[in-house]
Design a protein around this ligand. Structure first.
Ligand code: HEM
Length: 378
């Protein structure tokens, strides 16, 4: 298996950078904290060629750490201990999304930010205490990540039915799946059996989570580090078909290359001037929000990709998927999903299962089922 992976890796590198399509082969490479930590400062370099070289270095480094452990999750983990758990979560999410469709987006993003830090272990849900520094104040999360009270409500309901059985990490994973369905997206089965961590990592939350003004190669490397491919990254970015972004995260884009990438039609000019009035150039209005999919903001569909095709993505990181010179494979995928909603749904479902299967091995031995998602049990 290792030999086969290395052969595929060699093939990838020998075609690099024009043949991006082989990056999927890196899926099962085990993540390496050391690799990312050591290379992180260089990944932000402005030199594309250097970035590309570094990406190759990460591949090689990660390949030496390949391991084939599957996460110990199963579909029927709660079949005898809490058979009602899926129904309880579904019912609560129905109420939440009915009261405000944006709640679907909040939960999906919470799940993503949980899984990219120590694996999907509920670490993002922990509040700061005297003895624990949580992830909520890390730069990608502070003033931005919301929706924790939705998970609190679901947890209370689940605890009253099956006390001490269902982890917060599982609740968040199931709720994210239900959130997507409730706004019109695809269904997928959710493997469960995660444990909640007793720790969180402010540092990893700051380092691992991609940001709006980060370069494409750096974002790709963050997904590869988690064992997710370029294909996963593009499909998962399709989650931006729902939800809002704050002006602080799209100011650079609308006063930057938005006009260059867009069609400059009267409609796109109007859209841009509306965005500018929501988000003034010089200071102020940082927390004003705009939908990332201005066509169908509350519907989970493929219009996000059609917007990228028109060059009107709201975030720099979104538009880069289609417009970056380095995005040979990402551009093809954006075009594919813009024209093939069924293909997008299928890949999104598969990639969400992979995202949810990024587990924290330590939580299986040292973790717990938290009583309150905000605090480690006493
Ligand atoms: C590819 C790299 C990604 C980057 C750079 C990125 C960045 C961002 C940013 C900057 C925002 C706006 C936050 C704010 O302004 O407060 C946002 C919102 C959002 N992101 Fe991402 N994201 C990425 C991938 C993902 C993935 C993989 C998912 C889920 C699978 C996701 C789900 C969401 C959702 C649903 C929202 C809207 C949340 C809301 O309405 O508050 N994102 N993202």
């Amino acid at each position: 298996m290792q030999k086969k992976q290395n052969a595929k890796l060699f093939s990838y590198i020998s075609h690099f950078p024009t043949h991006f399509s082989h990056s999927d082969l890196l899926l099962s490479f085990k993540k390496s904290k050391k690799a990312t930590m050591a290379l992180a400062p260089l990944l932000h370099s402005k030199l594309p060629s250097l970035q590309l070289l570094l990406l190759i270095s990460i591949f090689i480094f990660c390949s030496s750490l390949y391991a084939s452990d599957d996460p110990p999750l199963s579909l029927d983990y709660y079949a005898s201990t809490c058979p009602a758990v899926f129904d309880i979560i579904r019912k609560e999410m129905e109420c939440e999304v009915l009261s405000d469709p944006r709640n679907a987006a909040l939960v999906v993003r919470l799940h993503f930010h949980d899984c990219f830090v120590q694996g999907c272990d509920g670490s993002v849900l922990l509040d700061d205490t005297i003895t624990l520094q949580g992830e909520k104040k890390a730069s990608p999360n502070v003033n931005s990540l919301i929706g924790f009270s939705i998970i609190d409500k679901i947890k209370n309901k689940v605890e009253s039915e099956c006390p001490g059985i269902v982890s917060c990490a599982d609740i968040l994973t199931i709720a994210a799946r239900d959130a997507v369905i409730l706004v019109g997206g695809p269904y997928w089965d959710v493997p469960v059996g995660r444990k909640d961590s007793k720790t969180a990592s402010y540092e990893l939350a700051s380092a691992n989570i991609p940001t709006a003004d980060e370069g494409l190669v750096s974002i790709i490397s963050k997904f590869l580090y988690q064992g997710l491919s370029v294909k996963d990254m593009v499909a998962l970015s399709g989650a931006h078909t729902i939800g809002m972004a704050r002006c602080a995260n799209f100011r650079a884009r609308i006063y930057g290359d938005f006009e260059t990438t867009s069609e400059r039609s009267p409609i796109s000019e109007t859209y841009l001037s509306n965005l500018k009035s929501t988000c003034p150039a010089a200071g102020g209005g940082d927390d004003n929000v705009s939908a990332m999919d201005n066509v169908t903001p509350n519907l989970f569909d493929n219009s996000y990709f059609q917007i990228l095709l028109k060059g009107e993505g709201l975030l720099n990181s979104d538009q880069e998927l289609y417009s970056s010179m380095l995005g040979v494979q990402t551009k093809k995928l954006v075009a594919k999903y813009a024209h093939d909603p069924v293909g997008f749904f299928k890949q999104f479902s598969d990639s969400m299962v992979k995202l949810g299967n990024i587990t924290n091995p330590d939580s299986f031995t040292n973790g717990e089922v938290r009583k309150n998602c905000r605090f480690v049990n006493t």
